[in-house]
Write a protein that binds this ligand. Sequence first.
Ligand SMILES: Cc1cc2nc3c(=O)[nH]c(=O)nc-3n(C[C@H](O)[C@H](O)[C@H](O)COP(=O)(O)OP(=O)(O)OC[C@H]3O[C@@H](n4cnc5c(N)ncnc54)[C@H](O)[C@@H]3O)c2cc1C
Ligand SMILES: NC(=O)c1ccc[n+]([C@@H]2O[C@H](COP(=O)([O-])OP(=O)(O)OC[C@H]3O[C@@H](n4cnc5c(N)ncnc54)[C@H](OP(=O)(O)O)[C@@H]3O)[C@@H](O)[C@H]2O)c1
Length: 283
Amino acid sequence: MNSKEGRIPAHLQLKQDLDEGLAVFRFELEDRFLFQPGQYATLWLTHRGKTTPRPYSIASSPSETRVLEFYINLVDSGHLTSSFWNPEVLRSLQHRNNDTQLFISGPKGRFLLDPRESRDLVFVASGTGLAPFMSMVRKLNEDYLEASGTFCRRSVFIIHGASCPQHLGYRSELEHLAAETLADPSRRLAVTYLPTISRPRMDPSWTGLIGRAETLFDSCPASLSQGQNLQAAVRGMLNSILRPETHEVYICGYPGTIDNVVRLLSARGFKPDRDLKREKYFP
Ligand SMILES: Cc1cc2nc3c(=O)[nH]c(=O)nc-3n(C[C@H](O)[C@H](O)[C@H](O)COP(=O)(O)OP(=O)(O)OC[C@H]3O[C@@H](n4cnc5c(N)ncnc54)[C@H](O)[C@@H]3O)c2cc1C
Ligand SMILES: NC(=O)c1ccc[n+]([C@@H]2O[C@H](COP(=O)([O-])OP(=O)(O)OC[C@H]3O[C@@H](n4cnc5c(N)ncnc54)[C@H](OP(=O)(O)O)[C@@H]3O)[C@@H](O)[C@H]2O)c1
């Protein structure tokens, strides 16, 4: 381990582009990195003599101790993310160039599942806010597969809001988990995946849920047209089953998503901190 504030040298194993400006990164570390699902790490990039640190939620399961996965979007004129989309930096991070180096420190953060909790879970993410939930659901699923007969029954709703279908990172992995639940109703870890698209005009072939993530908690407007039956059914279902006595809600991503979900669910008796856990990516 590098002694400088516990920073571990890392190099790029994989960058998987989902769309222009949206990618999954996997970094290989020179030492073990132990963390809990929901925590974040700080990435320290040194390029051309300047070091930029930024926090990123870890998307991988803690069972992977030498590789960390992150789900990152390019921010216009952003210091660190513009480097992560710079081919020269990416080449250096793959081949360990001394002028361009990445270190990873941490973990940090209290956006964690409480092991004493047995309530069902609702994960609400906008954009790359899905990252901590991937770590959580991957670990829950590993725990379930290890002890499927004794695993404490848990139902998890994953609501992911993105602008267009190409921005639904991890869609096939989550669809697969949801399909396993549908195929086996007795599965002790039940996953329901609810992706929703806020700019449906960008892809007229999309036939799923539309609107930002938080709109699923809106009470159903009476004027929904016939084409919006799915929308009405999902909102109605969430409205009828979500209660603070039975569900804990975790929200991550854009500040607007967090504020709106907290406002809508507070009106239904959910209390911030006790029932609503939050992780904001920027103020
Ligand atoms: C706990 C925590 C976990 C985080 N996890 C992730 C993650 O998993 N994936 C991820 O992509 N980002 C994540 N972020 C945001 C990340 O730390 C950086 O802020 C972001 O990548 C921008 O860094 P930058 O250096 O490119 O931009 P900067 O030069 O730092 O900032 C440019 C400006 O853009 C704003 N900004 C920051 N993020 C965004 C955004 N996503 N969209 C629009 N504007 C933004 C900032 O407020 C700032 O005003 C997380 C932040 C926190 C606090
Ligand atoms: N978005 C594009 O047109 C586009 C096109 C090509 C590439 N990209 C790249 O893809 C990356 C990810 O795109 P993205 O940022 O649009 O993320 P995204 O992952 O597609 O979606 C983020 C989700 O959060 C919503 N959102 C945004 N700001 C919010 C706020 N303040 N409050 C509540 N909800 C909010 C968005 O709604 P809205 O859709 O209503 O904003 C959308 O539903 C970007 O870095 C960009 O470089 C984007």
